[in-house]
Design a protein around this ligand. Structure first.
Ligand SMILES: Nc1ncnc2c1ncn2[C@@H]1O[C@H](COP(=O)(O)OP(=O)(O)OP(=O)(O)O)[C@@H](O)[C@H]1O
Length: 367
């Protein structure tokens, strides 16, 4: 097969991502050209494949790259049973992965609990839970997701719509070790959707277009409001931004994610150290709470102080808004004897002398 420049670039990115994640070449024989069969106990990676163009392109290239590194490469298809014909889409995706040579190819049906956060979030939660279960069950070291540079730009825009904080600027990470036994890898964050389309075409792969993406609705016509937010950003907003900016807004939005990630990691590491010295966990009235040393908090750099407060809220399971966090900060930097700050989940923050307590309402008697 003649490799196009797009194929070569995607292969290079995929290989680099696996190597950075510690999944490099398994022995010298894989340095030689030719086909080598990975050992039966070689590390296994599983491509999360929806049957769409991005994940089928990833499945095809992951099979090639893993073969050259001596890794085993399988696929996992989740059927959410949320659209008519989903079983057929999953079966078709599985059959493509088998034809491409991936092994094992797992299809898993999930039950999606529709909670308050909307169907997409519920589907994602169910999907991730099932993917980690399956990956653990077959001893896989990593799950490969096919998020592209376009997905990354959309994620940043959605983050800005929801929170507006600088922390959304790092987008999704290439390697997420949060689930320490199985890594989540996104090797295609530097690849555009146009390129994954070209890869599928080059390799003769036909893909499924999710109807909720609105690909069948002509450009220039807005998607109905009940389409997923991501689809509306992709279909309606991004072309408009490209037009206004006179260029590639997805490229512009994503070119600093690595720098933003470094900034965020640095600030968070400093905030973690500060947290340990200024926050004392406390149980009040049987529920978790904590006390903060207001004087020590005052001396912290503002960027760290606000993160410490956000960490306090997150650790107590309080879904605090920026207004809540700033009100707690006022107890430190603008203290004039103000009253309690009411927080979600029945929590309150209040200051007495140099101590700020964050506890549930039931803890009042201890004030
Ligand atoms: N049903 C599924 N089964 C397995 N993996 C999935 C499924 N849906 C999504 N994924 C994985 O999560 C990634 C991101 O999902 P998302 O829904 O944002 O992408 P997508 O636009 O559906 O991508 P694709 O073009 O690959 O279908 C996909 O690229 C794929 O790796």
């Amino acid at each position: 097969m003649a490799y196009t420049a797009t194929l070569k670039s995607a292969i290079g990115k995929l290989r680099g991502c696996l190597e950075r994640a510690g999944l490099g070449r398994q022995g010298e024989r894989f340095a030689q050209h030719g086909t080598h069969t990975p050992a039966g106990d070689a590390p296994l990676v599983l491509v999360a494949c929806s049957g769409g163009r991005d994940s089928l392109a990833l499945a095809a290239l992951a099979h090639i790259v893993c073969g050259t590194l001596g890794l085993r490469c399988g696929a996992m298809i989740i059927d959410h049973r949320m659209q008519e014909g989903s079983a057929g889409v999953a079966a078709q995706a599985a059959s493509m992965c088998v034809d491409l040579g991936l092994d094992p190819v797992i299809v898993r049906i999930v039950h999606v609990n529709q909670d308050g956060n909307g169907p997409e979030a519920a589907a994602r939660d169910a999907r991730y839970e099932a993917m980690f279960d399956e990956a653990r069950a077959c001893g896989a070291q990593a799950i490969l997701l096919a998020h592209t540079r376009d997905d990354q730009a959309e994620t940043i825009i959605m983050g800005l719509m929801r929170s507006g904080g600088v922390d959304v600027l790092d987008g999704m990470r290439e390697c997420n070790n949060r689930y320490d036994d199985v890594m989540l890898l996104r090797p295609f964050l530097g690849i555009t959707r146009k390129q994954t389309t070209a890869i599928c075409r080059d390799l003769g792969i036909s893909w499924w277009d999710d109807p909720t993406n609105g690909d069948n609705i002509p450009q220039g016509e807005r998607l109905p409001r009940d389409y997923p937010l991501r689809s509306r950003i992709r279909h309606d907003l991004m072309p408009l931004l490209d037009d206004i900016a006179g260029g590639d807004m997805a490229g512009h939005l994503t070119q600093y994610t690595d720098i933003a990630a470094r900034d965020r990691d640095y600030l968070e590491s400093k905030a973690l150290v500060a947290y340990d010295s200024v926050v004392t966990p406390e149980e009040t009235g049987g529920s978790p709470g904590c006390s903060l040393d207001a004087k020590a908090m005052f001396s912290l750099p503002a960027a760290i102080r606000i993160r410490v407060i956000a960490m306090v809220c997150a650790n107590l399971g309080i879904a605090a808004s920026i207004q809540h966090i700033e009100s707690i900060e006022c107890l430190i930097v603008d203290w004039h004897g103000q009253g309690v700050v009411s927080l979600p989940s029945g929590y309150q923050a209040f200051r007495k002398k140099h101590v700020i307590r964050v506890c549930q309402d039931s803890g009042h008697e201890n004030r």
